[in-house]
Ligand binder design. Sequence first.
Ligand SMILES: Cc1cc2nc3c(=O)[nH]c(=O)nc-3n(C[C@H](O)[C@H](O)[C@H](O)COP(=O)(O)OP(=O)(O)OC[C@H]3O[C@@H](n4cnc5c(N)ncnc54)[C@H](O)[C@@H]3O)c2cc1C
Length: 465
Amino acid sequence: MNSAHTATQQQILTALHQAVGNDHVHTDDATLDEHSHDHSTAATQARALAVVSPASTDEVSAVLRIASTFVVPVVPQGRRTGVVGAADAVPGAILLDLTRLDRIISIDTADQLATVQPGVITQHLADAAREHGLFYPVDPGSVHISSIGGNIATNAGGMRCVKYGVTGDSVRSLTAVLADGTIIHTGHDSIKGVAGLDLTSLIVGSEGTLAVVTEATLALRPAPGDAAGAAAWFPTLADALSAAAEIGSGPRRPSALELLDRPSIQAINTLGTLEALPDDAAAMLIVESDELDRAAADVDAYAEVFRAHHALRIDLARSATEVDQLLEIRRNLHPGLMRAYPAVLTEDIAVPRGRLLELLTIIEAAAAESGAPVATGGHVGDGNLHPIIGYDPADADSLARAAQAFDIILERTVELGGTITGEHGVGHMKRNALARELSPAVRALQVRVKAAFDPQGILNPGRKI
Ligand SMILES: Cc1cc2nc3c(=O)[nH]c(=O)nc-3n(C[C@H](O)[C@H](O)[C@H](O)COP(=O)(O)OP(=O)(O)OC[C@H]3O[C@@H](n4cnc5c(N)ncnc54)[C@H](O)[C@@H]3O)c2cc1C
């Protein structure tokens, strides 16, 4: 607290100190700055009131009761690895840091369930499941740095969605706190359950605008088999896509199917952390199978498909280390492009897989029209691509060209029947683009749903809807 705070702000801060303890309310510049933005490049300059770090559902409830009494905005925050500004500060807000809620409460091997607090890092849950012979499949590129709460609130995806679905497909039940401090439990730990409306699915992906998740019960799976994989290089993007389409419509289900175009491969090479990849082909596909007792046979079948679609080169990965190196190539996409350009705008569009070639044509046209460099990689097995647009933040013209490419891609993706975001979310960065995709009636309905959860509009305002 300092003299710059108004009398009301001091009252709020006193109440927050009582709710979570003096050590867990921070108003100093360094902590506020650190917590004011996520990994997106469109950071706001908004100044929050405080960073508040509760340690239990009851403390979250107490903080929200204070926020609703004083009508103060609240921004729930996980590990702030989001890329659309959904966890960025809002003026005068309480930044609700959920990382102290970081316990894996139980792993139930009989029902194959994990109950966790939201601040658990995703990989920690995957490791704990593995120790029990089980598997948590959700694998965003940020798996080592993002939290389960953030994954639930963004309905995060990743490389394994092609086989195992997105985060929401693993969520059975939630404990959550409403804007007025009411603690609710939604969903069911049984496999089935249809009592009342499905509020769990509504909260999943709501980017902290409907409720704060304080506990989640997640479905685990039996451990998969030893994985095998392959990388293949193609003379044209069309060849790579037709190979991916044949795999996608075939009888075998890969556990990853990823695309990298030539600029992406070149950017990964500039990073220099992996063995240099051949970078004269137009595109590369990476495929993985983790089918029990059948992975190598699956990959042999995928290699046949690659050959039939004019692959120039195919590298097989048989051991766990080789397979991990293969996936590491794809994980290096974003870091490689961050190295290749001074700054990047990351797109996250998705279309029905049958329209991917048209989407790639659109991306190439957007790059040509705007003059901005665009490298494209992504989850081709899901129809979800990440065109990454390079720019120089110190050069207004370069920024304008990048923004133009971003906009053209969003507009034309929707015209193709696609979506402006497959997995990263809306945040504040894509809010203006919502009107391209959602009808006025649907947007109005979403505003009414939000009002039912949060009548004063204090939870993460200006985001998602
Ligand atoms: C290198 C890199 C790779 C990435 N790869 C992927 C990928 O493959 N797939 C993918 O989907 N995303 C990816 N992301 C984006 C990001 O990691 C995900 O969106 C992730 O789910 C965010 O988790 P977080 O803990 O960092 O949440 P934050 O960024 O802190 O928050 C994200 C949103 O969740 C809300 N929130 C957080 N915790 C809670 C809670 N307990 N209750 C209610 N709301 C909450 C916030 O208000 C915000 O709206 C990547 C990011 C990076 C930096």
